[in-house]
Design a protein around this ligand. Structure first.
Ligand code: GRF
Length: 189
């Protein structure tokens, strides 16, 4: 049984997808041992509803150190699912190949500081891109720059709205996230 810890900052839509996949066996032989947030958020409610232990470490300079202290020792994978704090270099280097993130665009495009959630989709629309997509990648201390694990694109229609782009993105994320998680759990770096 592999032990997963999920980090969230927001609505936890992707966390819910992971919870469901663990329940149905789409992510087999895995257990979500803890959900940790850097602020109060709906993701925590989703975890509690499923009986998953939760903890809040307020965002700030010492977040990475505090996280390291409370991380269950048997953790096989740390998943960032809509998580907004930056983990420091020391933390990332302590868990090589064991931290992954999902990003709502086709990295290396539309990544980096300030590029999260709706900001990404707004930038994609402003740039009149013909396609966008989702990316799951390893986490390093350089924002959105770790090695790509899985990526999938979709077309942007003419007159695409922010809402419809978000919907397409979630559908794509829901598809690739469990696949990427299984890949990392079964074939670690
Ligand atoms: C997702 O689109 C994900 O790519 C990004 O955060 C967004 C919101 O996540 N990292 P969620 O709704 O809290 O799952």
């Amino acid at each position: 049984m592999k032990n997963i810890v999920v980090l969230v900052s927001g609505s936890g839509t992707n966390l819910q997808r992971i919870i469901n996949c663990v329940d149905t066996g789409e992510i087999p032989d895995a257990n979500i041992s803890k959900v940790i947030a850097d602020r109060e958020c709906f993701g925590l409610e989703r975890a509690k509803k499923h009986g998953i232990p939760t903890q809040v470490i307020p965002r700030g300079k010492t977040f990475s150190e505090e996280l390291k202290e409370i991380l269950p020792e048997n953790t096989d994978l740390i998943i960032l699912a809509g998580f907004l704090s930056i983990l420091n270099k020391e933390f990332c280097e302590s868990f090589p190949g064991k931290i992954i993130n999902i990003h709502p665009a086709l990295l290396p495009k539309f990544g980096g500081k300030g590029m999260w959630g709706h900001h990404v989709h707004e930038a994609v629309l402003a740039a009149a891109e013909k396609e966008s997509g989702a990316t799951v990648h390893y986490v390093t201390s350089s924002i959105d720059e770790g090695e790509i694990i899985l990526q999938k694109s979709f077309e942007i229609s003419e007159g695409e709205s922010l809402e419809s782009l978000q919907k397409k993105n979630y559908e794509t994320e829901f598809e690739i996230f469990p696949k990427a998680i299984n890949k990392v759990l079964n074939f670690p770096l």
